[in-house]
Design a protein around this ligand. Structure first.
Ligand code: NZQ
Ligand code: ZN
Length: 387
């Protein structure tokens, strides 16, 4: 068992109608609000009007148009508003992109310089604005973690930001995800599964978190197809939303061998160059990385996954089960409508070397610590194998 720290200071406020409690939750923080959101889904779903009604007496400043794979240019605008209006807190309403951008804004509001500096060097993060979130898409876990991922179009970089960036509270109402289209529901499911794999597929785990990871995977595999075919199925949306919050918060990693989150490192490079949907990139890369990592030493881990998640015969040959589990993973992503090759989404090998060099330079994990240790050429091979 490895040593660990687990600190989860965010209040998850889960369930239908819980947004009504937001004014009580924010009361002691003030009444000048920076409301951040994306391209308009919150207006179509009625959440925007609901917030205006809940905060009738408050001063609300708005940053709209935060894009998927949020760009530093949007964050700069948000920081400018936060500083000029001296807002008391940020209310982020949307998916991971809105929440991540808001985390960078929260830190940028007290930083005397460009908020991109905080992405490049998290030690520059000091005081932050309190952040509250209303989640509208089950995927990233940003509602329950201390990180974000920010893109810089000028430098073709998409990089994580880490720090004291926990939301104070996150409203998680599954009904707010009823309007998420099938493709985003599927991408979100792949993201939750990938967060789980990144923690689960290591050489040394432990009984408790192996079991939690397997339950996470079973939950998504069962409920994503239901949510796609019945978008207003509350139980399925609720199961996905609950799983979303535990993917990135650290719970899945406790007491386990560290993992460099290989697929996330590579996917962020793909998104940086091609602005693709995060979960789509992960669904393509994950089975390829698994297959690349499969050998005599790693087979038992993949075989256990096959037995405990897909119900494969525990008495069957370990390598056969391991290989089957990887095939079933790829089949599942295909079944929920996700592409299985980079070439299907217009990506060729032009930038693979650059991507491998960049991710090795900036990533928080050392790829040599992966279940199968990976060098530069291995990263390029995984990208090529995904074409
Ligand atoms: O912009 P709007 O109009 O809101 O539309 C969004 C967007 O077009 C739409 N959407 C969101 N909620 C909806 C909805 N449409 C209808 N009904 C709703 N209820 O969905 C589209 C995608 O939204 P986005 O926020 O980009 O998706 P997601 O939540 O998957 O976030 C992806 C971003 O999070 C990062 C990813 O890299 C990517 O940049 N990640 C953040 C992490 C974290 N903070 O810990 C970890 C993840 O691994 C991930 O890297
Ligand atoms: Zn992710």
């Amino acid at each position: 068992m490895f040593n660990f720290d687990l600190y989860l200071p965010t209040r998850l406020v889960f369930g239908k109608g819980r947004i009504d409690e937001l004014p009580d939750l924010t009361r002691s923080y003030g009444s000048k609000i920076l409301l951040t959101y994306g391209g308009g889904s919150i207006k179509r779903s009625g959440i925007y009007d609901k917030i205006k009604e809940l905060y009738k007496g408050a001063e609300i400043f708005e940053l709209s148009g935060i894009e998927p794979n949020p760009k530093i240019t949007s964050i700069r605008k948000g920081v400018e508003i936060a500083k000029k209006e001296k807002v008391d807190f940020i209310l982020a309403v949307g998916g991971g992109s809105v929440l991540d951008a808001s985390k960078n804004i929260a830190a940028g509001a007290f930083y005397d310089g460009d908020p991109w500096d905080l992405v490049l060097d998290s030690s520059k993060i000091g005081r932050t604005l309190p952040l509250f979130s209303v989640l509208t898409l089950s995927a990233t876990g940003s509602e329950y973690d201390n990180s974000g991922v920010i893109s810089n179009e000028d430098t073709h970089e998409k990089m994580p930001i880490f720090g004291n960036l926990w939301p104070v509270a996150s409203i998680c109402d599954p009904t707010y995800t009823f309007s998420v289209p099938a493709n985003q529901t599927a991408a979100g499911a792949a993201d939750i599964m990938s967060h789980t794999f990144e923690s689960y597929i290591v050489n040394q785990g432990n009984t408790l978190t192996d079991g939690i990871c397997e339950a996470m995977l079973r939950t998504v595999i069962k409920n994503a197809p239901i949510a796609i075919s019945e978008p207003e199925n509350y139980e399925a949306r609720a199961e996905l939303m609950m799983a979303s919050s535990f993917g990135c918060c650290g719970l899945l990693n406790i007491g386990r061998e560290g993992s460099p989150w290989v697929c996330h490192g590579l996917e962020h490079e793909l998104s940086a160059f091609y602005d693709i949907t995060h979960g789509v990139g992960l669904a393509i890369l994950t089975p390829v990385w698994m297959r690349y990592s499969l050998n005599e030493k790693t087979a038992p881990r993949f075989a256990n996954y096959g037995v405990n998640v897909f119900g494969l015969d525990p008495k069957a040959d370990v390598m056969t089960n391991a290989s089957k589990a990887i095939d079933l993973t790829a089949e599942f992503f295909k079944k929920i409508g996700l592409p299985s090759k980079l070439s299907e989404i217009g990506i060729d090998g032009t930038h693979f070397e650059e991507m491998a060099d960049h991710v090795r330079k900036i990533w928080f994990g050392d790829f040599k610590d992966a279940i199968r240790p990976l060098e530069r050429e291995d990263l390029i091979n995984i990208l090529k194998g995904s074409l």
